[in-house]
Each structure stands twice: as structure tokens, then as C-alpha cells.
Design a protein around this ligand. Structure first.
Ligand code: F0G
Length: 374
């Protein structure tokens, strides 16, 4: 007879990093990193067990760089709604609920809206999302609608949508859950904790796509806090990559009409501009721009050589690394953050795959074998 052990609270409290429990009983990042987060025993934790995403070695990319450089990707597209935004949203929505909010609002290029919708609805709140019309990948829009968000598209870009929701939150009873909400960054910093927990120390370089610049700010916060807590002995150089048509942190000027196929980072005036510059300077890192062609190259490379399907904006981190590969110190460990899942944007995958599929084949063995070249 099988004995069924009762689930005890200990199974839900912080598992020791690196233990098998991490896989078996992952309780979501708030419980896992509670001592590092601004939550109390009265915070109602709204979680979908986000976090604990894999850190996957990418040998084909390491080989391109050579010189014993080890590259790994933090595949945050495996979070519950398919992007790193879930890390921030579990915190922002839990705190909004604690404060009695009945509704939340965000501007979004898509992923924030999907995460806000999922967590808000799970927490029993209304979710309003403002998106730039025509520039949100289909999967993200599908998610926001199905999760039950109230979706409003504006004839303007993300930067304008963010200005509007910031004003809305001042004037109406809605809580803003964009990354200007400090709880968002608190949640997102756990990505850095997980990288250190798995590697045993901070990497030499952390490559990350930059749009509104919240995530680079959050990762830097995370590494610094872990360093202070003596969980790592060093800090990584923070390397931020933007799409060439939307690269204000590279040019030093806001971009009034940002353009890129990587719609997630089609942002001209990042809210966390100053913090991102501070992170890059303090870590002796830097920013660089990658073209859409370079993003697509990395996007296809990750899928076809490594078996990892991320969205175009995420591939900017790998495209950027490959662009500046000669600057990586020999023997370095590099982590690239893959922020979102490729399934978010099937249109781009189908349009920009170099692969063709054979259509209209007769449903007989010989015909199939013949197109296979047998
Ligand atoms: N990668 C993906 C897949 C994103 O969705 C975003 C931002 C970023 C990178 C950039 O992160 O803004 O913190 O610098 N997406 C936001 C959204 C803007 O609305 O979903 P960031």
C-alpha cells in the first residue's frame, strides 16, 4: 500500500537552492525568495508558480565565440504566461491585492498585458491593458483576451500608451503594474538570484534585451543584493542590447518613432533609462544596437542549432553577444536572458524561417517518400 504523505508547510517554505526539491516542490518565487522580497505574512500571494526556469548551455553559440567561452541561456519563456513578466507580476499583483486594489492597468507591447491579465484575474481583479494598435504579436493578444483582460488598443506607440496609463493611475482607482511599479522590479530581480543559485556565482557577462529598461535594472538589483548577502563573490558586466530602430540608450536620445520587427522592444523612451545607465556604468558593461537582420539570424540559430524557440526580442541578447563576441574575455561564463517564448509570435517564425514545408502532397506512402527524397 502506498503511503501518501501529508503536504506540510515545510514543502512550501524556501527550498535550499540547488536541492532536488527545487524541481519537485517549487512554490513560486515569492515563497522561494521571501527573505529578499518586500512581503509580509499578511501579503496574499498570487502565484502561478513562476520562476525556477532552466539555465541551458548553448554549445553551438559557445563554439562560434570560441576561446573557451561558456554561454548559457536563461530561458524565461518557460514561465506560466511565457515571459519574464510573470516574475514581476506575481509581486505587483500580490501587493496590489494586499492594498485592496480592485483593478490594475498597464501599457504593453504584449507580454506585460498577458502577465497582468493572468495574475490580476487569478487575484480577483479587473485588468485593463493599453496596447499599440497593430504592433502586438498575435499570441500575446490572444492571451490577454482569453485571460479576461479589458484590452484597449490605441493609435499610438508604447511610449504614448505608458504616458496615458501613468495618468490614469493618478486620476482613477486603478493600480499601475508597469515596471515603474517598484514591486515589478523586486519580482524580476529573482532572475539574477536563480542564475547565481545554479552557477554557484555570478557570470562574467549578463546579456539582456532592453526595451523599457526595467529588466536590466532588476537583474542588476538582484546581483547586487545577492553579492551583499554573500551569495556570490563577484558581479557581472551588464550588457544591454536594443534593436537598431529603437535604441535610445545607445544613441543617448529618445526615439520618437521606434521601429523594429522585435515588437516587444519597440520602445523609444524607456521609463528606467537612468537606472539602466547606472547599472551599465557600475558594472563596466555597455549598450549596443543590433539590426533586425542580426536579431533574426540569432533567432533562427537558437531554434535550429540549440532547439530553443524564443521570441525575436529575446534573441537580441544573443545577437548582441555575437556582435561584440571579440570583447568577451577568454574562458568567460556568459548568460543571455531569453525573455519570452517563441510561441508568442508565430507570424514572425513562419515569415522568417528559412525553411519551407511541402504542401499538397498526395496522401499515399510513395508520394510522401518521394518528397522526402527516398
Ligand atoms: N523581451 C521581451 C520578450 C519583452 O516583452 C520585453 C518588454 C523586453 C524584452 C524588454 O524588457 O522593457 O524590461 O527592458 N516588454 C514590455 C511589455 C515592454 O509590454 O511586454 P524591459
Amino acid at each position: 500500500m502506498t503511503t501518501i504523505l501529508p503536504v506540510t508547510n515545510s514543502a512550501l517554505s524556501s527550498p535550499a537552492p540547488g536541492t532536488p526539491l527545487r524541481r519537485q516542490g517549487w512554490p513560486g518565487l515569492i515563497e522561494a525568495y521571501r527573505p529578499f522580497l518586500p512581503v509580509t505574512e499578511i501579503t496574499p500571494v498570487v502565484t502561478l508558480q513562476e520562476g525556477n526556469t532552466p539555465l541551458i548551455p548553448v554549445p553551438a553559440i559557445s563554439a562560434i565565440i570560441g576561446r573557451d567561452v561558456r554561454v548559457l541561456v536563461k530561458y524565461d519563456g518557460l514561465n506560466p504566461t511565457g515571459s519574464f513578466k510573470d516574475r514581476g507580476m506575481t509581486m505587483a499583483i500580490s501587493k496590489a491585492k494586499e492594498e485592496g486594489a480592485k483593478a490594475v492597468i498597464c501599457a504593453s507591447t504584449g507580454n506585460t498585458s498577458a502577465a497582468a491579465a493572468a495574475y490580476a484575474r487569478r487575484g480577483g481583479m479587473r485588468a485593463f491593458v493599453l496596447i499599440p494598435e497593430g504592433y502586438v504579436a498575435l499570441g500575446k493578444l490572444a492571451q490577454a483576451l482569453l485571460y479576461g483582460a479589458e484590452v484597449i488598443s490605441i493609435k499610438g506607440n508604447f511610449d504614448r500608451a505608458l504616458e496615458i496609463v501613468r495618468e490614469m493611475a493618478v486620476n482613477y482607482p486603478v493600480t499601475l503594474v508597469n515596471s515603474v511599479n517598484p514591486y515589478r522590479l523586486e519580482g524580476q530581480k529573482t532572475g539574477a538570484f536563480e542564475v547565481v543559485d545554479v552557477l554557484g556565482d555570478a557570470p562574467d557577462w549578463l546579456c539582456i534585451p532592453v526595451g523599457n529598461a526595467g529588466n536590466i535594472t532588476a537583474y542588476w538589483m538582484g546581483f547586487c543584493q545577492y553579492h551583499q548577502a554573500k551569495k556570490c563573490t563577484r558581479l557581472p558586466q551588464m550588457m544591454g542590447f536594443q534593436a537598431a530602430g529603437a535604441a535610445p540608450l545607445v544613441t543617448g536620445e529618445p526615439v520618437s518613432h521606434p521601429e523594429t520587427l522585435a515588437t516587444a522592444i519597440r520602445i523609444g523612451n524607456p521609463a528606467s533609462w537612468k537606472q539602466a545607465i547606472a547599472a551599465s556604468e557600475a558594472s563596466r558593461g555597455g549598450f549596443a544596437a543590433v539590426t533586425d537582420a542580426e536579431i533574426l539570424e540569432a533567432y533562427r540559430l537558437l531554434a535550429s542549432q540549440e532547439g530553443i524557440f524564443c521570441e525575436p526580442a529575446s534573441a537580441a541578447s544573443v545577437a548582441g553577444l555575437l556582435k561584440v563576441k571579440d570583447k568577451v574575455p577568454a574562458g568567460a561564463t556568459v548568460v543571455c536572458v531569453l525573455t519570452g517564448n517563441g510561441l508568442k509570435d508565430p507570424d514572425t517564425a513562419i515569415t522568417h524561417s528559412n525553411n519551407q514545408f511541402k504542401k499538397g502532397v498526395e496522401p499515399v506512402l510513395e508520394a510522401v517518400a518521394s518528397v522526402m527524397g527516398f
